[in-house]
Design a protein around this ligand. Sequence first.
Ligand SMILES: Nc1ncnc2c1ncn2[C@@H]1O[C@H](COP(=O)(O)OP(=O)(O)OP(=O)(O)O)[C@@H](O)[C@H]1O
Ligand SMILES: [Mg+2]
Length: 287
Amino acid sequence: MATMRTRRRRTRAATERRRGARSNAPAPPIVELDQATVVYPGGHVGIERVSLAVDRGEFIFLVGPTGCGKSTFIKLLIRELEPAGGAVRVAGRDINEMSHNRIPNLRRRIGTVFQDYKLLPDRTVYDNVAYSLRVTGGTRADIKRKVPDILRLVGLAGKINNYPEQLSGGEQQRVSVARAFVNHPPLLLADEPTGNLDPATSIGIMQLLYRINRTGTTVVVVTHDKTMVDKMRRRVIELYEGRVIRDQAAGLYAEDESTTEFGVRVRSELGIGEGHTNGDPGGHPEQ
Ligand SMILES: Nc1ncnc2c1ncn2[C@@H]1O[C@H](COP(=O)(O)OP(=O)(O)OP(=O)(O)O)[C@@H](O)[C@H]1O
Ligand SMILES: [Mg+2]
């Protein structure tokens, strides 16, 4: 394991060097808001002059009370909303200057997990995930290979033929994470992925997002659960009435914490016993 980690670190360093060799400029942040303001029809301000940058590979929590602008932020990044002022850049490109026919490509590169799951009720778990590959141009061979793989990653290999109504809330949420991640997007946005789940199941979902982050994907998680967030020791951005009121760097944590170590630590810090693992996709090899 240690050798694998070292190798991964070396590979990353080599990629950085190659990038550096091509140009002297460092890679731009994956997400950058520059004084972004959203005004809804009727004049309500969703977010106001928000400036922030998210680097590749970060794991970020976006917190704040209801109505503070968290979903507005997510919708801005997938261009469901356009800013009234300021700029929104994804991987260095101003997404509001993109032509309309480039938007599907932008959305293919950003996985989104919605709070209400948005699963198709008349399709099985397999078909729900396959559907998102199909609409983004996946071939039949892609689908046959990738769908079982991602369902194993989220711990749902045994429920492949179930319909959404035959799943628990935590399992439905894992299908929605699988669907968002099946294209291995560089950026994953999750809007309250644990909104309706009990604490033990929530940790299972967080553990899954943590595992995905360890594959190199930048993860932004919207949540109300400040207690859990503070225990997880990742960067926290807090909004209040549309403005950033806190942007706190990650607390101390072991850089090489494995997914399992992470789960054990957070469970123990939250005082949740090992017995409750119904949202935990554990038992899979470490990524
Ligand atoms: N389509 C809309 N038209 C007008 N106002 C809107 C619209 N969508 C959101 N708002 C308002 O913009 C503000 C921010 O909304 P947003 O959905 O981003 O909040 P949020 O932080 O995601 O809240 P929650 O935690 O409840 O999901 C709220 O005051 C909301 O009422
Ligand atoms: Mg919201």
